[in-house]
Design a binder for this molecule. Structure first.
Ligand code: ATP
Length: 357
């Protein structure tokens, strides 16, 4: 049984904001609520960072209550704080108009490629990690920005732990493994812990990752976006010059319908779509190598053709891909000669040949 938005909101109304004394929903603290199958995600946005400590027990209790609801498998709730108030606008008359802060280049970064998916769990992070390592193996200077604020998984997949340093207190030094420079919102926080971001609120965090991380000279920065079509995607398109987006999808129809939403979103935001990648395309048996189309096959190809897009590659469902990702060394680096690794390498070569990476 899938859980309804109303049930979730009703549960959240049982908890009180210690500051306004209103319930969490009436106090407008609950933002970006996403309900997908048994998984619930939302952000609790507080006015000031100092309120975080008082709200943390409320957040934890709300999560616990939601987890007890029938049909709920996973609840993720993040605590974030607003940014400092903006300075008053400059009203001096007679000046030349200043350019509005539209999409800008990230210093030193030649291209930005967003990796997106219409829904969660289709393997977008696994594709991002492997593609990053594959591009590095082709000799490109590659950065990987894990912008999946709800469930950052790149530190685990790329085998990176520890907190990034900030020697000057202003810029952040990214970390490196498998030839890839990496930064994740997950490295700024402890695993399984609620976050009150030091600086600005949710969207500000992405801007911080783009602008304050010392990426160095990169041929391409891959951005692993959160699933779906939301504020983080919008912020990225508004603030950064995105070369293009790659949409990852599984063959299931439902995933493809969601993929279409992601494609339309990029169209609306004037971000070119480079192509689609079908993940978990066929199943390859670990014992005998037999290939089966468990989820159907060819859905992404048909959809890509319909949309006039390229199908960049079809990645099989293979236990080794998951084991490698869970073990912190993507299959492209841990089993470089495997057929699966070669599939990622081919996509990487294609992107380079097309000037996209
Ligand atoms: N081709 C594949 N073969 C086998 N397992 C895979 C494959 N692709 C992804 N997986 C596994 O599926 C799970 C989900 O993948 P991943 O975390 O990359 O998805 P996601 O789309 O980024 O999810 P979310 O957006 O919800 O974070 C992981 O355990 C991963 O190891």
């Amino acid at each position: 049984m899938s859980i309804s938005r109303e049930t979730v909101l009703a549960e959240l109304r049982k908890f009180e904001d210690p500051f306004s004394k209103k319930d969490l929903v009436s106090a407008d603290l609950v933002r970006a609520l996403t309900i997908e199958d048994g998984s619930i995600r939302f952000v609790m946005e507080v006015a000031e960072q100092s309120q975080g400590a008082a709200l943390e027990p409320v957040r934890a209790a709300a999560v616990e209550a939601l987890e007890k609801l029938e049909g709920v498998e996973k609840v993720t709730a993040l605590l974030t704080a607003h940014s400092a108030p903006k300075p008053p606008p400059d009203l001096k008359i007679g000046r030349h108009p200043t350019q509005s802060a539209g999409p800008a280049k990230v210093p030193g970064v030649d291209r930005i490629v967003a990796i997106a998916s219409g829904k969660g769990g289709v393997g977008k992070s696994t594709v991002s990690a492997n593609l990053a390592v594959a591009l590095a193996a082709e000799g490109r200077r590659v950065g990987l920005l894990d912008a999946d604020v709800y469930g950052p998984s790149q530190p685990r997949m790329m085998g990176i732990s520890g907190r990034p340093a900030s020697p000057d207190g202003k810029t952040i030094l990214p970390l490196r493994n498998h030839g890839v420079t990496m930064m994740s919102i997950g490295l700024m926080t402890k695993e399984d812990e609620a976050v009150v971001w030091r600086g600005p609120m949710l969207m500000g965090a992405l801007q911080q990752m783009l602008g304050q991380v010392q990426w160095g000279q990169l041929d391409v920065l891959l951005v692993d976006l959160p699933p779906g079509t939301g504020d983080v995607q919008m912020t990225l398109a508004q603030k950064a010059e995105v070369t293009g987006a790659i949409v990852v999808s599984t063959p299931q129809d439902i995933a493809l319908l969601d993929a279409r939403k992601a494609l339309n979103m990029f169209k609306k935001m004037n971000v070119p779509v480079i192509g689609m990648i079908e993940n978990m395309s066929t199943h390859i048996c670990t014992n005998c190598g037999h290939e089966e189309h468990i989820f159907g096959h060819g859905g992404a190809k048909a959809e890509a053709e319909k949309q006039g897009l390229e199908l960049l590659g079809e990645i099989p469902l293979h236990l080794d891909i998951r084991l490698a990702a869970d073990g912190g060394a993507p299959i492209v680096t841990s089993k470089p000669d495997s057929r699966e690794a070669q599939t990622y390498r081919e996509i990487a070569r294609r992107l380079i040949a097309d000037g996209k990476a």
